[in-house]
Write a new protein. Structure first.
Length: 271
C-alpha cells in the first residue's frame, strides 16, 4: 500500500562477494540502490533477479565500501537516506515505523533504533540496545549509533557531506560524530529495527584494524593529548574505558535488558 505524504527512502547497499546474504537484504527493502564492487561470486546474478525493483544498480571496481556508499548517496533521490550492508537486513515494518516517526516529529533529523544480532543462518543471538545520542559517548566509544538501524534526512547529508573514503571500518562512527558537531537532532527509538549479522568473513571481526581507525578518528576530533605516541594512546584508552563503563552504568540504572557476558561469549563461539 502507498501512503500519501510519506517520505521516500533511498537505501544504498554496498556489496562485494556477499551473495549468500544479499538476497535476504534485498527482500527486506521495497526498493533501493545497490553498488557492487565487482563481485566474483553470485552477487550480480542475485541483483539482476531483482533489478526491476531496484532504483539503480551497478557492478564494477570502486575504492572501497565508503566510496560505494557515496556513489549511491550522490544519485539517490529520497527524502530519507541510509545504507544497509549486504549481509544485514531490516525487520518487518521498519521503514513504515521510521517514516511515521519523521512525519510526527518534523524537527528530528536522524532516527535510530536497536539491533538484532544474528548469526550466518539469521538465528537471533541477542538484542543490542542503543542509547540516546551523546557526542562524547560516541566519540570515545561508550556507545554508538547502530548504523544498520539509522535513518537521516537528505538535508543532513547535504549539510554534513559524504563519508570519509580513507576510513574502511569506522566511517559510520566518524559520520555520526560529524552529525553531532553539526548539531543534527537525533531521536532514539527503543525497539529493534534491523538485523546485524556476525559471520567469519565480516569486516568487523578484524578488531586490530577497527581499533587503529578508532584511534585515528578520536585523535582527529580531540587533537593530540601528548606528542609521545604511547602517552597519547594511553589517554585515549583510558577515555574509551571510562565512557564504556559510564554507558554500562547508565544502562543498568535505566534497567536496559542485558545478556550476561558468559552467555554472549558462548553464543559468539557457537557462531
Amino acid at each position: 500500500m502507498i501512503y500519501s505524504g510519506y517520505p521516500k527512502f533511498s537505501v544504498v547497499t554496498p556489496s562485494y562477494n556477499q551473495g549468500q546474504f544479499l538476497e535476504q537484504t534485498i527482500l527486506s527493502v521495497l526498493e533501493y540502490i545497490v553498488i557492487d564492487g565487482g563481485s566474483t561470486d553470485n552477487s550480480v546474478e542475485i541483483i539482476k533477479k531483482y533489478q526491476d525493483r531496484l532504483a539503480y544498480w551497478v557492478s564494477g571496481p570502486d575504492k572501497g565500501q565508503s566510496d560505494a556508499i557515496n556513489k549511491g548517496f550522490r544519485i539517490a533521490s529520497g527524502d530519507i537516506l541510509t545504507w544497509l550492508n549486504s549481509d544485514d537486513y531490516y525487520l518487518p515494518n521498519t521503514l513504515h515505523t521510521v517514516a511515521r516517526y519523521f512525519i510526527d516529529h518534523p524537527e528530528i533529523e536522524c532516527v535510530y533504533g536497536d539491533l538484532h544480532i544474528v548469526d550466518k543462518n539469521s538465528k537471533l543471538l541477542y538484542v543490542s540496545k542503543a542509547m540516546p545520542y551523546s557526542y562524547r559517548m560516541v566519540l570515545y566509544g561508550g556507545c554508538r549509533v547502530p548504523q544498520p538501524a539509522s535513518f537521516y534526512k537528505r538535508s543532513v547529508v547535504d549539510r554534513v557531506g559524504y563519508l570519509d573514503t580513507s576510513l574502511h571500518y569506522t566511517m559510520d562512527i566518524e559520520y555520526f560524530i560529524r552529525f553531532g558537531k553539526q548539531g543534527v537532532r537525533f531521536a532514539y527509538l527503543p525497539q529493534p529495527l534491523s538485523c546485524f549479522r556476525i559471520h567469519t568473513i565480516s569486516k568487523t571481526q578484524d578488531m586490530k584494524r577497527l581499533d587503529q581507525e578508532n584511534r585515528i578518528v578520536m585523535t582527529r576530533y580531540t587533537g593530540r593529548y601528548f606528542k609521545n605516541e604511547l602517552l597519547h594512546n594511553a589517554v585515549l584508552s583510558f577515555l574509551h574505558f571510562f565512557y564504556r563503563v559510564k554507558a554500562f552504568t547508565m544502562r543498568v540504572i535505566s534497567r536496559k535488558d542485558f545478556v550476561p557476558f558468559r552467555t554472549r561469549w558462548a553464543r559468539w563461539k557457537a557462531n
